[in-house]
Write a protein that binds this ligand. Structure first.
Ligand code: FES
Length: 143
């Protein structure tokens, strides 16, 4: 196989992967996964939630809270692309919200914002929401 053939083969493979992604995931999910917002940890966080989901992947959410309002939020995960999209979208959704407002946020809100996830990945949205609620619970425990 020549170098040219090899490059062509790689390009074809990349196209197949991208086509597969596009067929399976919404444009929003692909965008959030490829360009995640708020990825990392807040050093001076007021609340931390960390959960290992049934799939074995972990998500961590760190929050800065002032006057019962989320002033900053970050997430970290060792999970799949869908989880990265969930963490990115969720941290964007919660910034500026009050703690009572956060109690109302559930995985259906997150799935709606992401324009859905394949059924085998809906648990990734539950992991993200549960991690957020754990962080809030830990915040109240600390107070
Ligand atoms: Fe484990 Fe998405 S969180 S597969």
């Amino acid at each position: 196989m020549t170098d040219e053939d090899f490059v062509k083969l790689l390009e074809e493979l990349q196209q197949k992967i991208e086509y597969g992604e596009i067929k399976k995931y919404s444009k929003v999910v692909i965008h959030e996964f490829r360009n995640p917002s708020n990825l990392g940890n807040l050093d001076d966080s007021d609340a931390i939630g960390r959960i290992k989901g049934p799939c074995g992947d972990t998500m961590k959410i760190t929050l800065e809270i002032s006057n019962d309002r989320i002033t900053n939020a970050c997430f970290w995960t060792d999970g799949c692309g869908a989880t990265i999209a969930c963490g990115s979208m969720l941290t964007k959704m919660i910034k500026g919200k009050t703690l009572p407002e956060l109690k109302e946020i559930n995985c259906f809100d997150l799935l709606e914002a992401l324009e859905g996830l394949p059924v085998e990945h809906t648990h990734c949205s539950i992991l993200a929401i549960n991690t957020l609620h754990k962080a809030i619970k830990n915040y109240y425990k600390k107070e």
